[in-house]
Design a protein around this ligand. Structure first.
Ligand SMILES: Nc1ncnc2c1ncn2[C@@H]1O[C@H](COP(=O)(O)OP(=O)(O)O)[C@@H](O)[C@H]1O
Ligand SMILES: [Mg+2]
Length: 240
């Protein structure tokens, strides 16, 4: 197991726990998706893993090593990248400048790493001199992911990369997220597009109200009638 969240309590202020005994396992090289209603604590969970929300009880393990409450400046060294839902690129800089910014620590490898990222994302190479703000919503997510890859992470935490995108763009972004696992990257993905997310995911956690509800292989949950009713817009039960 690459990443393990063990019974954590976490929240934005000490008196108010948002996550109350949360658990999650993410297998190496797989996509683990987190779904659940608004306010369930999905974003809080990955922020807690990333050290952006304090964990007051329980543990976060990366490759069996306790990394609970990592400092943000340790994230690169740990091989863990976090892609926030919004404000994940610098719009007034060019695409190339965005990537150069995250590669500034790469020393003599800077040029080759920049080229490798452009090869991995050809549309970004084509538009490298344009302002990032001029990219389409989907391409912006590609850039945000390319920037996160600059530290060559083994684990990527991503918060709703397909939010607000048209269905086709959402599918492209999720396909790209899936493809990251071809290189052995472990992906933990928060998603609202449940149906599409379950298609690209290996395993799925459903959260509500700061706690785990259901989890299982993505395929099994996709075919689960109760999950279908609640999360996939199935028919309502009689009388409800
Ligand atoms: N910065 C914050 N400060 C205080 N409370 C917050 C903050 N962000 C989110 N919350 C609260 O934490 C709970 C979970 O939010 P969040 O993790 O963003 O849910 P989700 O991502 O599942 O929609 C909500 O009740 C929300 O109001
Ligand atoms: Mg959220």
């Amino acid at each position: 197991m690459a990443l393990q969240v063990r019974n954590i309590t976490a929240g934005y202020v000490p008196e108010l726990a948002i996550l109350r005994g949360m658990n999650l396992d993410a297998r190496r090289g797989q996509v683990t998706v987190i779904i659940g209603p608004n306010g369930a604590g999905k974003s809080t969970l990955i922020k807690a893993v990333a050290g952006l929300v304090p964990v007051s009880a329980g543990k976060v393990l990366l490759d069996a090593r306790d990394i609970t409450n990592p400092r943000t400046d340790q994230m690169g060294q740990l091989g863990m990248a976090y892609v926030p839902q919004t404000d994940n690129i610098f719009r007034s800089l060019t695409i190339r400048q965005n990537l150069e910014l995250v590669l500034r620590q790469a020393g003599s490898e800077r040029a080759s790493r920049l080229n490798a990222l452009f090869q991995q994302f050809p549309p970004l190479a084509e538009k490298q001199k344009e302002k990032a703000g001029s990219l389409s919503g989907g391409q912006r997510q590609f850039l945000a992911v390319a920037m996160a890859l600059a530290i060559r992470p083994s684990v990527m935490l991503m918060d709703e990369p397909s939010a607000g995108l048209a269905p086709k763009a959402a599918e492209e972004v999720l396909g790209m997220v899936r493809a990251l696992t071809d290189d052995g990257v472990t992906v933990v993905l928060v998603e609202q597009n449940v149906r599409q997310a379950l298609r690209v995911a290996d395993y799925c956690y459903i959260l509500a109200d700061g706690q785990n509800q259901v989890d299982g292989p993505a395929k099994a949950l996709m075919n689960d009638p109760v999950v279908g009713e609640i999360y996939l817009g199935g028919k309502r039960m009689a009388g409800s």
